[in-house]
Design a protein around this ligand. Structure first.
Ligand code: IPD
Ligand code: CA
Ligand code: CA
Length: 293
């Protein structure tokens, strides 16, 4: 397995720069190279990261619940999404936006920004430093740029389609481990109780066959952890597009196979990310454990 990539301040990321409000005005709304879309996404994600760190009250209040009583939204989830949406609209008014808290806002172009203002909200609520701002950009339904910004560590994971994945400006690669017995595997659990029962049963089958399991609590960071070798593999059922869009591109550009089982694409049913050798070695084990039921 690769040694963990080093941390560095968010401000050292090459795409990070001045406040979004200043530079977005000078950026033509017609410009749309993946690199330009990424630069804007990084700027906005890092601004949102500063907001959620600065405004995090000592005791974060739960503002509402969503799919189940454990699926919470805090005031800062909503505030961060509002900020992200306003920055995207100011710079790219013709684009669509799909956000976890605000839903779908159709645009006139074929570009859609897919955002999770805080991925890892439960960690944020409890003060566990494993949450991220995730912004992916799709053109014609295909992810072309993405950033996952971890404000606690000051890290921005970035990728553009075909351009590799980076952490703080340095190229990153998936680990080389191909033996499932030696693999550190990240996973997550849905908010729905019945789905969790099935997920726990499948994880119980898998646990004795791998090095260990991690449940870090942010799918976007899990995918980026695979991308830089901090995890060998990640798998989760029930992810939404905003959990997957940016982190999935980062993992794929770092050399991971990001897919479902039996040739299916990654999606709500299942996301598995690992280097291709480990992916195929894990495949039947995961089917037998019940991840594809
Ligand atoms: C959740 C996190 C968690 C994963 C859940 C997601 P949220 O997102 O990514 O790790 O297991 O499936 O819903 O609610 O913190 O944005
Ligand atoms: Ca999420
Ligand atoms: Ca969220």
């Amino acid at each position: 397995m690769n040694a963990p990539a080093s941390s560095s301040p968010a401000s050292s990321s090459p795409a990070s720069s001045s406040p979004a409000s200043r530079s977005s005005a000078s950026r033509s709304s017609a410009s749309r190279s993946p690199a330009e879309l990424l630069a804007l996404a990084v700027e906005i994600a890092e601004e949102a990261g500063r907001l959620i760190m600065r405004e995090r009250p000592r005791r974060v209040e739960v503002a509402a619940t969503k799919s189940s009583p454990t699926d919470i939204v805090t005031i800062m989830d909503t505030a961060a999404e509002r900020l992200i949406r306003s920055r995207i609209r100011a710079a790219r008014g013709e684009d669509g936006i799909l956000g976890e808290e605000g839903g779908q806002s159709p645009g006139e172009s074929d570009t859609v920004w897919v955002i999770d203002p805080i991925d890892g909200t439960v960690n944020y609520l409890y003060g566990i430093p494993a949450f991220a701002v995730s912004i992916g950009v799709q053109v014609g339904g295909v992810p072309v740029a993405g950033v996952v910004h971890d404000p606690s560590r000051g890290e921005s994971f970035t990728a553009v389609r075909g351009g590799g994945a980076h952490l703080a400006g340095h190229p990153i690669e998936v680990g080389q481990e191909t033996d499932p017995n030696q693999a550190l595997v990240g996973t997550g659990f849905a908010y729905d109780a019945e789905t969790r029962r099935q997920q726990a049963a499948a994880v119980a089958e898998l646990l004795p066959q791998v090095r260990d399991i991690r449940r870090i609590g942010s799918a976007a960071l899990d995918l980026c952890s695979v991308a830089c070798g901090r995890l060998d593999a990640f798998l989760e059922r029930g992810l939404n597009p905003w959990d997957l869009c940016a982190g999935g591109l980062v993992a794929a550009e770092a050399g991971a196979q990001v897919a479902g089982l039996r040739g299916k694409p990654a999606g709500e049913r299942l996301v598995v990310a690992a280097n291709p050798g480990l992916f195929s070695a894990l495949h039947d084990m995961l089917v037998t454990a019940g991840f594809d039921d």
